[in-house]
Design a protein around this ligand. Structure first.
Ligand code: BGC
Length: 756
């Protein structure tokens, strides 16, 4: 064990106390001074008049009357400048104090111009593109009246059974933090009063991505060490980037549901991290604490406000019980004033107190929404998100004059292109793969057949189809679909099969215990392979899948997630070589569900299994290797990259100094391409068991064929920090190892020391 550097700890806490000091805003204080207790409570109430997807059991009633009565602080599910103006007028002209509303929305991966699902965009590892996607989303959403967004979702997940894997940036806290920052900066810009920016909400605080058994909304039980080192960093990164609001999660943390957890919302978020914005509950998550076993509506509402929750989404527990709790001495008026102040400060920061109609410009939608540039960007971003999982016989990219059988239930489909949680998008505007192929390769001879249903299981399909028909079960029998496809396949030179998950097979409340491609499509794939024609699988999914069986087949595999509005064009761009795929996985893909949770940064056991032989009393399975199907950071290219000359510029360095790692990367194949160069480190000895490796830097570079580039990463002692057993953020001097490579699956190649 090594000594903790105390001066670093001291500076860290000093920094925090400076962050916490916040000045009061005179305009807000004047308003507060005029407000009755009821009016303050009204500001804490967030309603939805419907129109969106109601994910909870309650939809708000009498919203108009409540706004006029001053009982509403914000609404969501209302859009268009006209409707937002009407809503603001209800508040401004009819309520006693005329306080404007926050207008919220779930703008998760683009507004009307839908981008790939967030798990997909994360696979681009391109922070500039990700930030720009958030800027475009903000421009479109604000043109439609939205000023407050319920994104980014930054929940780390290592359990692909969990459907909301699709909405986050994968398994890694370092990459997840970088993406959280880029998203917040993209949405909020430099100045929230600018009409093209909107307030962001980091969600779901906290640990929502680690539910027991991968089942959505389930309990979470996690050590503080794991929380601090592996799950909390992206939320903190968003807070450090100045995120305006934080949304709580449905799960409990240390036995107390997040929406009523004082340690989480006050001690950690406000006091330790210095968060100065407001905290909103998730959809009826305050009420849901009744079922969690925390008391009746009055109890749970009091618990929430006392814990530091400021705004109650839809459930109206605050509205209906807080006054009584104040009268009974269960909640102080001061606590309610604090929460109301935070909501009013948000309105001030958005410029709403100055001009309530700032986001109600009727001229903007036609100018700012779904522009040609936005669609072109969506296409580009989608191509950057695709991950080439397997190359077989150099069949890709396809020649633009090929005779192609385009087969599969997702090959000529619109309803599944946008992916989960795209309520502001319109699938009818999306480009199916067949159309994209024709656009990009007009001289190719393309024939199409559906080949199979996404799933033949009607009960499963019914559950997936709750919000629209994602799994369409054809009138033809499965055998007829198959025979039709085989006829088409046999007449072609190459088969492209577009298969995988319907969009709503992932997302909220869409957990699966079997993460394979459904059997109907697996059978189709096997039969297509049996034709002996070259087969390319274009795979769509909202999570890492178990494709162990498909990996054994002689096929090439391109993972395209759910690519968004430009799906077909983007897929065609990559299949026909307009763009060489450069995405890398941001989460480990397991060989089977039994390996879950599986992630690259796991700690060593005291009995690590040897790689090359079976040794009885070691940490392994009897029926599966420990290794994943694909490691974190993995992704191929049409070309090949070679790493050489990997080194550090010194053998040891001290706090206050820098150390630089370099590698030369050469494009040795036949195509120009881009590579995500990754630096990993390993702390060899420390006071708590270290991860086997941890991402410490990444850079995406473009290389022409034959070209070499040197890439370097510079770290300081601060980059080697972690939370120790006392939850202090420290580095510990000692020996470290490192490597630079194209995925996490590499051996350490060098070492260095951090000295006192
Ligand atoms: C989801 C949130 C979302 C909210 C409002 C909830 O069910 O968990 O992520 O922001 O609904 O739509």
């Amino acid at each position: 064990m090594r000594n903790i550097n105390l001066s670093v700890v001291f500076l860290f806490f000093m920094g925090l106390s400076c962050l916490q000091a916040q000045e009061k805003i005179p305009q807000v204080e004047e308003l507060l001074a005029k407000m009755t207790l009821e009016e303050k409570i009204g500001q804490l109430n967030l309603l939805t008049p419907g129109g969106g997807v109601a994910t909870g059991s309650v939809v708000s009633e009498d919203v108009e009357a409540k706004i006029k009565a001053g009982d509403v602080g914000g609404v969501f599910g209302v859009s268009s400048p006209e409707k937002v103006r009407q809503a603001q007028e209800l508040a401004v002209k009819n309520s006693r104090l005329g306080i404007p509303l926050l207008i919220g929305s779930d703008v998760i991966h683009g507004y009307r111009t839908t981008f790939p699902i967030p798990l997909g965009t994360s696979a681009s590892w391109d922070l500039e593109l990700i930030k720009k996607s958030a800027q475009i989303a903000a421009k479109e959403a604000t043109a439609d009246g939205i000023n407050w967004n319920f994104s980014p979702m930054v929940d780390i997940s290592r359990d692909p059974r969990w459907g909301r894997f699709a909405e986050g940036a994968g398994e890694d806290p370092f990459l997840g933090s970088a993406i959280a920052k880029a998203m917040v900066e993209g949405y909020q810009g430099e100045d929230l009063t600018q009409p093209h920016t909107m307030m962001a909400t980091v969600k779901h605080m906290a640990l929502y991505g680690a539910p027991e058994a991968g089942r959505d909304y389930n309990h979470v039980d996690m050590s503080r060490l794991k929380m601090f080192n592996e799950y909390l960093p992206p939320y903190k990164a968003a807070v450090d980037a100045g995120v305006g609001s934080v949304m709580t999660s449905f799960n409990d943390v240390d036995g107390v549901p997040a929406s009523g957890n004082k340690w989480l919302l006050t001690d950690l978020l406000r006091e330790r991290w210095g968060f100065g914005g407001f905290v909103v509950s998730d959809y009826t998550s305050v009420n849901e604490m009744i079922k969690h076993g925390m008391g009746d509506l009055q109890d749970v509402s009091a618990l929430a406000i006392n814990a530091g929750l400021d705004m109650d989404m839809v459930g109206e527990g605050f509205l209906t019980t807080l006054k009584k709790s104040v009268e009974e001495g269960k909640v102080s008026e001061e606590q309610i004033t604090k929460a109301a102040r935070r909501i009013l400060e948000a309105k001030y920061k958005l410029g709403l107190l100055e001009d309530p109609y700032r986001y109600s410009d009727e001229k903007r939608p036609s100018k700012d929404i779904l522009t040609k540039e936005h669609r072109a960007f969506a296409r580009k971003l989608a191509t950057r998100s695709f991950v080439l999982l397997k190359k077989h016989n150099s069949i890709l990219p396809l020649d633009k004059t090929s005779k192609i059988a385009l087969i599969g239930p997702l090959a000529n489909n619109q309803t599944n292109m946008l992916g989960t949680w795209a309520p502001t998008g319109d699938y009818k505007l999306s480009i199916p793969v067949l159309e994209g192929f024709k656009n990009v390769a007009p001289d190719a001879k393309i024939t199409y057949a559906k080949g199979a249903n996404i799933s033949d299981d009607t009960i499963f399909a019914k559950k997936v189809n709750v919000f629209g028909s994602r799994i369409e079960i054809s009138k033809e029998s499965s055998e007829e679909l198959l025979q039709d496809a085989l006829k088409v396949a046999k007449a072609a030179d190459v088969i492209v099969a577009v298969v995988g998950e319907a969009s709503e097979m992932s997302g909220e409340a869409a957990s699966r215990t079997d993460i394979r491609i459904p059997e109907s499509q697996k059978k189709l794939i096997r039969e297509l392979v049996a034709t002996k024609k070259p087969v390319v699988l274009v795979l769509m999914s909202g999570r890492p899948l178990n494709i162990s069986e498909e990996m054994e087949l002689p096929v090439s595999i391109l993972q395209v997630w759910h690519p968004g509005i430009e799906a077909g064009n983007a897929i065609a761009d990559v299949i026909f070589g307009e763009h060489n795929p450069s995405g890398k996985l941001t989460a480990t893909w397991p060989r089977n569900v039994g390996q879950i949770p599986i992630y690259y940064s796991a700690r060593n056991t005291g009995r690590p299994a040897p790689e090359d032989h079976f040794d009885k009393f070691k940490s392994h399975y009897l029926d599966s290797p420990n290794t994943p199907l694909f490691p974190f950071g993995y992704g191929l290219s049409y070309t090949d990259f070679e790493y050489s000359d990997v080194k550090a510029d010194k053998e040891s360095f001290k706090p206050g100094e820098e150390i630089t790692f370099t590698a030369t990367i050469t494009n040795t194949g036949n195509f120009d391409g881009s590579e995500v160069v990754q630096l990993y480190i390993h702390d060899k000895v420390r006071s708590i068991t270290p991860p086997k490796k941890q991402l410490a830097g990444f850079k995406k570079i473009a290389l022409k064929k034959g070209e070499s580039k040197q890439v370097s990463f510079t770290l300081t002692a601060d980059d080697l920090k972690f939370y120790n057993g006392q939850l202090e953020y420290v580095y510990e001097p000692g020996e470290f190892e490192f490597f630079i490579g194209g995925s996490s699956d590499n051996k350490m190649t060098g070492s260095f020391k951090l000295t006192e």
